[in-house]
Structure formats: structure tokens, C-alpha cells
Design a binder for this molecule. Structure first.
Ligand code: HPA
Ligand code: MG
Length: 210
């Protein structure tokens, strides 16, 4: 089943930083607020509903892809838990975590490091699908555990000519080919401590360059 896509157009400029609350230490390092925190949460709530509808009665092992996926994963699971508490049908869930690393500055290194994860998995929560290479590698790795089913939920998917054509099962937002940070997404480990998804400024790129 295909769901309708929340597409953010190439023309989307986002919002002036002064319309929102931004930590002072990042004020000069960001260009615009791109996806406000409230919108991320509202969209995630709906994804939780779609996922529950799709999973039927299957027990879910929710696998969080760290570090960038931790905010999305935690909020998505909170919404799934709320549905489990408040509906006639509920699905048991266990959690696991895996850590992947492939980016330096705003570029993929082409090399993917995997740390952790020891359980078989059905639902994978990821922050962003850029080229899709990392996700393809992870799916290959998960095959070793013979899962009954693997479904991938990604908060963001980028429209990029570098894409290998991979599409996750559940997508929060489809975005233009921009480097974004915040809501656990980083630039060399910085900006994870930012609620909104933002576009980084040239000053920010310079300041936190590896
Ligand atoms: N931001 C942060 N991390 C990323 C991105 C991005 O836009 N694309 C791939 N990893
Ligand atoms: Mg990163």
C-alpha cells in the first residue's frame, strides 16, 4: 500500500529564525527553520497510525538507527504507545538500537560503520534517507537475522540525483537536496540539540568543519 507523500517543494524557503525559539549558541550557524518541531510531531503522529494499521497483529521489534534517528524513534514510539493504550487492538513492542556512521561534514564518506544491534527486527526508525546507500547496507545486514518482515520508517527522504532508488515504507517528509540539521540530525555531531529541522549557514559549516 502506498501512502500520500508530504512533499516539500524545491521553492520552499522555510521560516525566519526569529519566528521561533533557537538556542543562542546556534543563532549565527543557521540560515532558516525548515521544518518546525510542531509539524514534525504532527506528521509523526499520523505515521504512527499508518504503521499500526499496516502491522496488523505482528509483534514489533522497533530498531532505532542511531544517532540521528533517536528523536524520531522516541516520538514515533510514544505515539504508537498512545494508540496501544487507547484502542481495542494493541501490538506488543520491544526495542533495539544500532549505530551507523557514514558522514563527514555534509558529505557521505562512502564507508558505513555499524556498531551494536543484536535482535531481529521488523520496524526500523531512521532519521533521513539521502542516497539510500546506508539503508541498503543495513537491510542486507538485517537479512542475517531472518526477520519475518522488515518495514522502514524514515522521517525524511531527499530528492537527489545521487539516490540509488531506495524508498522506505513510511516517510514523514520528502525534501529537496539540502543539508539539514536538528531534531537529532547532525553536522559533525553538532545541532542534535536543536528541536526544529533547520538549514545550516555558511558560518555554521565553517565553524563546525571537521
Ligand atoms: N543532514 C544530516 N545528516 C545527513 C543528511 C542531512 O541532510 N543527509 C545524510 N545525512
Ligand atoms: Mg550524521
Amino acid at each position: 500500500m502506498r501512502f500520500i507523500v508530504f512533499q516539500i517543494s524545491d521553492e520552499e524557503q522555510g521560516y525566519d529564525l526569529d519566528l521561533f525559539c533557537i538556542p543562542k549558541h546556534y543563532a549565527a550557524d543557521l540560515e532558516r527553520v525548515y521544518i518546525p518541531h510542531g509539524l514534525i510531531l504532527d506528521r509523526t503522529e499520523r505515521l504512527a497510525r499508518e504503521i499500526m494499521k499496516d502491522m496488523g497483529g505482528h509483534h514489533i521489534v522497533a530498531l532505532c538507527v542511531l544517532k540521528g534517528g533517536y528523536k524520531f524513534f522516541a516520538d514515533l514510539l510514544d505515539y504508537i504507545k498512545a494508540l496501544n493504550r487507547n484502542s481495542d487492538r494493541s501490538i506488543p513492542m520491544t526495542v533495539d538500537f544500532i549505530r551507523l556512521k557514514s558522514y563527514c561534514n555534509d558529505q557521505s564518506t562512502g564507508e558505513i560503520k555499524v556498531i551494536g544491534g543484536d535482535d531481529l527486527s521488523t520496524l526500523t526508525g531512521k532519521d533521513i534517507i539521502d542516497t539510500g546507500k546506508t539503508m541498503k547496507t543495513l537491510l542486507e545486514l538485517l537479512k542475517q537475522y531472518n526477520p519475518k518482515m522488515v518495514k522502514v520508517a524514515s522521517l525524511l527522504v531527499k530528492r537527489t540525483p545521487r539516490s540509488v532508488g531506495y524508498r522506505p515504507d513510511f516517510v514523514g517528509f520528502e525534501i529537496p537536496d539540502k543539508f539539514v540539521v536538528g531534531y537529532a540530525l547532525d553536522y559533525n555531531e553538532y545541532f542534535r540539540d536543536l528541536n526544529h529541522i533547520c538549514v545550516i549557514s555558511e558560518t555554521g559549516k565553517e565553524k563546525y568543519k571537521a
